[in-house]
Design a protein around this ligand. Structure first.
Ligand SMILES: NC(=O)c1ccc[n+]([C@@H]2O[C@H](COP(=O)([O-])OP(=O)(O)OC[C@H]3O[C@@H](n4cnc5c(N)ncnc54)[C@H](O)[C@@H]3O)[C@@H](O)[C@H]2O)c1
Length: 430
């Protein structure tokens, strides 16, 4: 297996492709976004990852120059040269419903270019049953070949966390299962090339559902501590101290509360399961409640800040807010389902003025500022939702640029409460 194709070059597909190149495998990386393909050819990407002190752009440059990575928008070119195909095209959610269109379009393209002996290994997170009930019929119809006999199809969930992708592709245990035994064998062989911890499961459905419940278990556990925080915040009790005390119990392991849950993985997984359950006439109230708790968390945060404002005789309307770090999590460039974005939108809806700064996040946005100084200037409330290493916040900067008696909402505890209070500011954490 000297060359493979990877469909979808996003937060998963690009670092995954480059990981294969570490092992001497030539990778044709296929993406429908032509502009992005041109950008990749110039060794540039919006994705932030590094490995062994090299950042992803350097790794990308080396892989292209060594002719081990070829970004292309031509599925035909890629599939002409490869017989193993990995798919990382996502399944978005709109109005709590899975939108299969992009994934199905990828399957149609792959189906049209399919040859005898090909293996398709799906690594996207998908609603239960997608491999067998959605991918397989499209591939068979478009190729006029028989799955399990003429070509092979397997599913292996992807478990990496953004920011740790290169390391986790090679070390995180992964499960794989195919439509038949040969498909499982071929899928495992493809994964074995980069990861020694590949587990075989009995069916694609097992792996699809286990991925979803892995994500949903995090949704539920985060919802639990977010709900706890909403209680302790109202009571004026230190949430983290409660959690630390509770965690001295040997069988309790509470997570850390936050401002909500971002990214596609966790929120979408719960929607995929929930949608499937509804089709089967099941309610699964725990999952839907957990989702609701986490979705409401940004609104709760805004209400919490609004209460702090009213205690010092101010209202949210007309107040100048600043947010430093808008991405969906620490040191990320990804804004998908970002709770910080949601906080920003709620503040605007409620009549506040807001600007934000995040050097990791690309693109033109109305409220985006290019420097920390412009962002903080004359602001009355600063929200620091996540930790972006590139954002250098210090107390002197806040003191010199922000208005008197400002409020600092610092859920991650990045600043020193005493120092902030010395400025005459109000400091709030979780
Ligand atoms: N981001 C994560 O940390 C993470 C972790 C584990 C699993 N996942 C799952 O992996 C999948 C991909 O996630 P992502 O974050 O990389 O998404 P992404 O949106 O960053 O990337 C998807 C890429 O697919 C491309 N694409 C869309 N349609 C295509 C087609 N027909 N052919 C080729 N390319 C196409 C898009 O242009 C985009 O570049 C999702 O199912 C996600 O849930 C993501």
């Amino acid at each position: 297996m000297k060359s493979i194709s990877v469909f979808g070059l996003g937060f998963v597909g690009l670092p995954l492709s480059l990981t294969y190149t570490f092992y001497g495998v030539k990778v044709y990386g296929v993406d429908v976004n032509k502009e992005y393909i041109e950008r990749l050819k110039k060794f540039d990407t919006h994705i932030l990852e590094d490995y062994h002190r090299k950042n992803i752009k350097e790794i990308l440059k080396e892989s292209i120059e060594n002719k081990l990575f070829e970004p292309t928008d031509s599925a035909e070119l890629a599939m002409k040269n490869t017989s193993e195909i990995i798919v990382t095209v996502g399944v978005p959610v709109e109005n709590r419903k899975a939108i299969m269109k992009p994934f199905n379009a990828a399957m149609e393209t792959i189906g049209k270019n399919l040859k005898r002996g090909n293996l398709i290994l799906i690594r996207s997170t998908v609603p239960p049953g997608t491999t067998r009930e959605v991918a397989l019929p499209i591939l068979e119809k478009k190729s006029e070949l028989k799955c399990g006999k003429d070509f092979f199809l397997a599913y292996s969930s992807e478990r990496i966390a953004e920011g740790r992708a290169f390391e986790e592709f090679q070390t995180m245990p992964v499960a794989v299962a195919g439509i038949n035994e040969e498909s499982t064998k071929r899928g495992k062989a493809l994964l074995d090339l980069i990861n020694p911890n590949v587990i075989k499961a009995s069916s694609p459905e097992i792996v699809e559902i286990s991925k979803l419940i892995e994500n949903s278990s995090r949704d539920v556990n985060i919802a639990l501590v977010n709900e706890l925080a909403s209680l302790t915040e109202k009571m004026g009790v230190d949430t983290m101290e409660v959690i630390n005390v509770a965690n001295t119990h040997k069988r309790v392991k509470l997570l850390t509360p936050g401002i909500g849950v971002g990214g596609h993985c966790i929120p979408y997984s719960t929607h995929y399961i929930y949608y499937e359950a509804q089709k089967l006439g099941l309610e699964l109230p725990l999952l839907s409640t957990a989702r609701e708790v986490n979705e409401n968390r940004p609104l709760q945060i805004v209400n919490y800040v609004e209460e702090a404002l009213s205690k010092i005789g101010k209202s949210l309307q007309g107040t100048k807010f600043a947010i430093t770090g808008i991405a969906m999590k620490d040191n990320s460039s990804d804004i998908s389902e970002s709770p910080a974005m949601r906080i920003k939108d709620i503040i605007i809806q409620k009549g506040g003025n807001i600007v934000w700064y995040d050097p990791n996040v690309e693109g033109d946005f109305k409220e985006k500022k290019e420097t920390i100084e412009e962002t903080l200037k004359d602001s009355e409330v600063l929200i620091i939702p996540i930790k972006q290493e590139l954002i250098k916040l210090n107390v002197d900067l806040l003191g010199s640029l922000m208005k008197e008696k400002s409020i600092i909402f610092d859920p991650k505890g990045l600043l020193d409460r005493k120092e902030i209070e010395k400025l005459g500011f109000v400091y709030i954490s979780i």
